[in-house]
Design a protein around this ligand. Structure first.
Ligand code: 13P
Ligand code: SF4
Length: 299
């Protein structure tokens, strides 16, 4: 299958992008692997005719919005991020009516429609930098309350209004699970994604995006780490640091939607070109503005 994928990629001038949560077999064959910010930048710069995005829907949609003339395919169009939909209808208008000088800051883990009614997008690796750079005093941060709270702690000069959304996978990691892991592995450093609950973040030695966690573990001198994010990062952590040990909360944090991407489905979509990301022209024109603003402010 890997040989067939390679051949089809060449024939069709296609490129494969995979998030760190995609299955290891796909991270192995992908042309680019990264966090959501890196992959959005790569998608924008790509000169391939076809982008195959091994991730979840908001990632494929962002690639399409940034490359409207290209074919963006997803191995499984049903792979979605539950948090992307966690903004109540009408709440943005309510907040705009309530607060003067309000910027709607939209985590990239959101639908294209939500992006279209936001001022700027952010990812977990650039949210603090971008919120700091905005001229507005009031910020409505959607959809993730945990990332929003993490940003608020570091940008004290702004009034950050939180929305009640979260990642069901990260929110399931509890402080108690982490405390028992710390008792079992007292020398391990705790590296967490900002989508985790505040009680978990309080107990962490380092908080960052998937790419930041991976970079930290590579540079740091410790030999053991407790990783509070989705288990897909293990492939890169182990590849980069074969002599180090990585432990995860139990039950293992696993994003089932990310795992819908398989070698079989990549091969099939490359052959058939049937699972194309489509977004209406109107939504694309609106959503590209906050995405481009993120690329300008976040780099
Ligand atoms: P990154 O911003 O680290 O890619 O994380 C995306 C994500 O979906 C986390 O759950
Ligand atoms: Fe969405 Fe959570 Fe899966 Fe990330 S891990 S894609 S936030 S459901």
């Amino acid at each position: 299958m890997k040989n067939q994928i390679e051949q089809l990629k060449k024939e069709k001038n296609a490129v494969i992008l995979a998030h760190y949560y995609a299955p290891a077999t796909l991270q192995e064959i992908a042309d680019f692997v990264g966090d959501s910010f890196y992959l959005a930048k790569i998608a924008k710069q790509s000169d391939a005719d076809i982008i195959v995005f091994c991730g979840v829907k908001f990632m494929g949609e962002s690639a399409k919005i940034l490359n409207q003339d290209k074919k963006v395919l997803m191995p499984d169009l049903t792979a979605d991020c539950a948090m992307a939909h966690m903004v109540k209808n009408g709440i943005i208008d309510e907040m705009k009516a309530k607060y003067d000088d309000l910027a709607v800051v939209c985590y990239i883990n959101s639908t294209a429609e939500l992006k279209g009614i936001s001022d700027v997008c952010v990812t977990s690796s650039n949210a603090v930098k971008i919120v700091k750079a905005l001229p507005n005093k009031n910020i409505f941060f959607i959809p993730d309350r945990n990332l929003g709270r993490f940003v608020a702690k570091q940008v004290r000069e702004k009034n950050i209004i939180l929305n009640d959304g979260c990642c069901p996978i990260h929110a399931k990691i509890t402080a108690n699970q982490l405390i028992s892991l710390k008792e079992r592995y007292p020398k391990a450093k705790v590296l967490s994604h900002p989508e985790c609950n505040p009680a978990v973040l309080e107990l962490s030695d380092y908080i960052g995006s998937t790419a930041d966690i991976i970079a930290f573990a590579k540079k740091d001198k410790a030999l053991e780490y407790i990783i509070c994010t989705e288990c897909g990062v293990d492939y890169k952590l182990i590849t980069d640091n074969p002599h180090k040990h990585f432990y995860y909360p139990e039950p293992l944090p696993c994003c089932k939607d990310m795992k819908l991407n398989t070698l079989e489905s990549v091969l099939s979509v490359l052959k058939r070109e049937d699972k194309e990301v489509t977004i209406s022209e109107d939504i694309c024109q609106k959503a590209i503005i906050p995405l481009n603003r993120m690329l300008e402010l976040g780099c």
